[in-house]
Design a protein. Structure first.
Lengths: 255, 614
């Protein structure tokens, strides 16, 4: 089925609230999913695949700062989805970059990493240059690099395949964020690197994708939509004769 | 201040009323529609840019059921209003969002409507929320008949008579909408898509255009029915009655979450209105402007005197205002014409009048200076983003809360009275409702729209954190206490847009939801506030607004075209309908008729004869 951006964002927010997200996290997570979906990254499918994990997450296991100084921070995401509270880790990087010119934040142990782009877009819109990258560890080893220019809410994205897998290839479920006030941090493929470019999404292409989604709506699987509605339904209060009077309307609308 | 100083005054910063005065719920609940309200700005835009409305299809049967399509042509684009009229059992006629069928459903479409789109709309628009709507629909809505008015109008016109205008004074419409959806609801177009569209990029302008086409449809449908019933005797509705016909709207608590969830937008609306008021008070009045304000005040007195509501409290408020306004007239007529007369008037009204009368005076003052005020209508939209400032010192945030949210810290939220209501959405079409805390189930699913207690809660947590970490930044606090993220970024954003939050405890037993409804409706341009309970209201939109035929005639006098606020009941004498004496049309000539230049030949004939055979 075709849905609008606002409709998707609204339903996701209600669904995340139904799952038990705090109000602000539900809003951020919904923004991330809707942003990713309208830029062509199939976020709803990703969400659907991760929904069972999300439902089982411990809401109290929040991202934890393991180390930080003026320029650097390392956080443990406790294996949770980036949709829940990870925005604060990115805000920490933003605050450090604002204060010192450049910051590096590593977030270890997190899932649904690609969805973080939706929140980074907001930070970039607030005037900071950002690059984010992450690798997976299974073969083929791939690396995704996302770069936002300050003031541009749409990124440049590259996905590479790494030909030579390092011998010490530990599980890699982290994200590295670099933010800078005055230095552009865009992905580029050096000629000597042993990499294959799997996908390239330019800022222009992604903006065109968003434009198309706004014109035509975005396609969402009916079953996923129904599942999100079921989750959103958790926040609704059963109706009764007493509650109907709580709306305050009259019983006869003929005049 | 010398004349020269006054001449330079517009360069000085404007002094707007403080948020703690403007954003009090009782004052917001006393607002009136003004020239920055959305129906007014839309009509001005339509007249200025010479928009044209034409009938493209009119397939109604003898019962008035079927499909009608209107074309709306602007310099920028083409749109179509598609109306589906269908039979509806009286028992199923409900204004609530939980209804499932309506007398009329309609949509405003961007571009052309081919057979395929029409078929898709015919299958889905009548279902409203239960349908899957097309992304080229900018607006989707539905409306129910005022049965008594409808029957009276058809009967009178069929018999070649004009309906009694007092019927429209009691209920100012033939149809009332019960929801007007925009911005992506149920699959229709996102508002973001209209950001570059000069026709509808202003908030709610597409919705108001849809309502305007419904108003035209209601006139054409009722005339069609009269013609079907008695082709030999039927007549058209007189111009004055057409103009006096608005579109109703019936609404409930659904407006409240919007006000709270869009604080930057609300701040923008209020800010423009306050800016207009401040600009006006800088103007040096002339005798002409004084006379104009006196005339507008007289019109408003009569309009309010003619406003009918069964609600005791609203009746008292209207009566109080009407009784106070002669004092305003006396003040205006006797005050020396000093340079700061308008500032004096505002100060005097604040000392002397009820809130509703004060805001009426403000509304009328704004009316006087279109050149100063009208450019503000382009500033009613805003990009909404509640952004965190993570590097802000937490101590600074605490100070900001104590400065700008002292109202929230002053309330108490633990007593029964202070925490009496909770807001929630029902399983029935997610209808917003109010429940009594400690008595009704559902508090664990409460909608978090009461900002006062949330700000107070965050403030307490911040104070406690600062005791051990006085040099902390906001992000340090939030990493430890992430649940405060939403309220903190709201506060950080709104201290720069101080008209964003309503200064009230929305949990309190004495809180009046009606004030919330009226706040939004006043910005829409609603008149005739007719509360049906403390949380349900009927209003009228577009009553007095220029007609499609007047728009199509490409009006030259745009100031007259735009002068339709506080409409008055036309007079029916010996079968002829004439404008009320104090109405803009009544002002035009001693005979109470519009000048021939402002009427088409058929309109002149219709007004003079009180109707014309079809």
């Amino acid at each position: 089925m075709k849905v609008s951006f606002n409709e998707l964002q609204g339903l996701c927010r209600k669904a995340f609230t139904g799952i038990g997200f705090e109000d602000g996290d539900a809003a951020d997570a919904a923004d991330m999913v809707a942003w990713m979906q309208c830029h062509g990254f199939n976020a709803v499918d990703q969400l659907n695949r991760g929904l069972d994990f999300l439902l089982e997450e411990d809401p109290e296991a929040l991202p934890e700062v393991i180390y930080q100084d003026g320029d650097l921070a390392v956080l443990d995401g406790h294996g949770q989805s980036v949709l829940r509270s990870i925005s604060l880790a990115t805000e920490l990087g933003f605050a450090k970059a604002r204060a010192r010119g450049l910051s590096v934040v590593k977030i270890r142990r997190c899932r649904n990493r690609q969805l973080i782009m939706g929140y980074l877009s907001r930070l970039a819109g607030r005037g900071i240059n950002i690059t984010a990258f992450w690798r997976n560890s299974q073969e083929p080893l791939t690396e995704q690099v996302v770069g936002f220019r300050a003031g541009h809410p749409t990124p440049e994205v590259r996905i590479y395949s790494v030909r030579d897998v390092p011998e010490e290839n530990e599980p890699n479920d982290g994200i590295t964020l670099v933010m800078a006030n005055h230095v552009e941090l865009l992905p580029s493929l050096g000629a000597d690197h042993d990499l294959d470019l799997l996908a390239r999404h330019s800022e222009f292409d992604l903006m065109a994708c968003r434009e198309r989604a706004l014109q035509e709506g975005t396609e969402v699987d009916d079953a996923i939509w129904a599942r999100l509605k079921t989750l959103a339904h958790r926040m609704l209060v059963e109706s009764s004769d007493a509650s109907r009077s709580g709306a305050g309307a009259g019983v006869n609308d003929n005049d | 201040m010398s004349n020269r100083d006054w001449g330079l005054a517009p360069l000085a910063p404007l002094s707007l009323r403080p948020a703690d005065e403007v954003m009090r719920l009782e004052r917001l609940g006393s607002l009136h529609a003004c020239r920055l309200s959305f129906v007014r700005t839309l009509m001005r835009q339509m007249g200025r840019q010479r928009w044209q409305v034409s009938r493209e299809r009119f397939d109604l049967d003898e019962n008035g059921y079927g499909t009608v399509i209107y074309r709306l042509q602007t310099p920028y684009g083409r749109y179509h209003g598609v109306m589906f009229a269908q039979p509806l059992d009286d028992a199923a006629r409900s204004d609530r969002v939980i209804a499932e069928a309506w007398d009329v459903t309609f949509g405003l479409v961007e571009g052309d409507v081919d057979d395929s789109l029409l078929a898709q709309m015919a299958a889905n628009v009548p279902l409203q929320e239960a349908g899957r709507q097309h992304p080229r629909l900018l607006v989707m809505s539905r409306a129910n008949k005022s049965l008594r008015n409808f029957a009276h109008f058809v009967e009178a016109l069929a018999n070649g008579r004009q309906p009694d205008p007092t019927w429209l004074t009691r209920v100012g419409y033939l149809y009332r909408t019960t929801a007007v959806y925009g911005n992506g609801k149920f699959g229709i177009a996102d508002f973001a898509r209209l950001h570059e569209n000069p026709d509808f990029r202003r908030p709610f302008s597409a919705q108001m255009a849809g309502v305007y086409l419904l108003r035209h449809f209601s006139i054409e449908q009722v005339e069609h029915l009269a013609r079907c019933r008695a082709p030999e005797t039927a007549c058209e509705l007189a111009t004055e009655l057409r103009r006096y016909l608005g579109i109703g709207n019936s609404t409930g608590l659904g407006m409240a979450p919007f006000l709270i969830n869009h604080p930057q937008l609300i701040a923008q609306w209020v800010n423009q209105r306050e800016t207009a008021l401040a600009l006006v008070q800088r103007q040096t009045p002339s005798e002409h402007e004084r006379a104009r304000l006196i005339a507008l005040t007289r019109r408003a007195i009569q309009h309010l005197a003619e406003t009918v509501t069964e609600d005791v409290e609203q009746t008292e408020r209207n009566t109080t205002t009407v009784e106070a306004l002669p004092d305003v007239l006396a003040w205006l007529e006797s005050a020396p014409l000093e340079e700061d007369l308008w500032a004096q008037l505002v100060a005097w009204s604040e000392r002397t009048l009820s809130l509703e009368a004060q805001e009426l005076i403000n509304t009328l003052l704004i009316e006087l200076y279109p050149e100063q005020v009208d450019p503000l209508e382009e500033q009613m939209g805003v990009n909404e983003n509640l952004d965190l400032q993570p590097d802000m010192p937490l101590m600074r945030l605490r100070q900001l809360i104590e400065t700008h949210y002292s109202w929230a810290l002053e309330y108490e939220y633990t007593s029964r009275e202070g925490s009496y209501w909770f807001w929630y959405r029902s399983t029935e079409k997610e209808e917003p409702r109010l429940g009594v805390r400690h008595e009704e189930p559902g508090t664990e699913k409460e909608m978090l729209i009461a900002m006062g207690p949330r700000v107070a809660h965050s403030h307490a947590a911040i104070c406690e954190f600062l005791e051990t970490t006085p040099r902390a930044k906001v992000v340090d606090f939030l990493l430890a206490k992430p649940r405060h993220k939403e309220i903190i970024r709201r506060v950080q954003t709104l201290v720069k847009s101080t008209y964003g939050d309503i200064h009230a405890n929305l949990w309190h037993q004495g809180m009046k939801p009606m004030h919330l409804l009226r706040t939004k409706l006043a910005f829409f341009g609603a008149s005739r506030f007719d509360p049906k309970s403390d949380r349900w209201v009927r209003i009228t939109l577009l009553q007095g607004a220029p007609l499609v035929e007047e728009l199509n005639a490409e009006p030259e006098d745009l100031s007259h075209f735009d002068d339709w606020s506080f409409p008055l009941q036309p007079q029916l004498e010996k079968g002829c309908v004439a404008p009320a004496e104090l109405s803009p049309q009544g002002d035009q000539s001693p005979q109470g008729e519009r000048s021939p230049l402002q009427q088409s030949p058929s309109q002149q004939q219709r007004t003079a004869q009180g109707g014309m055979s079809l």
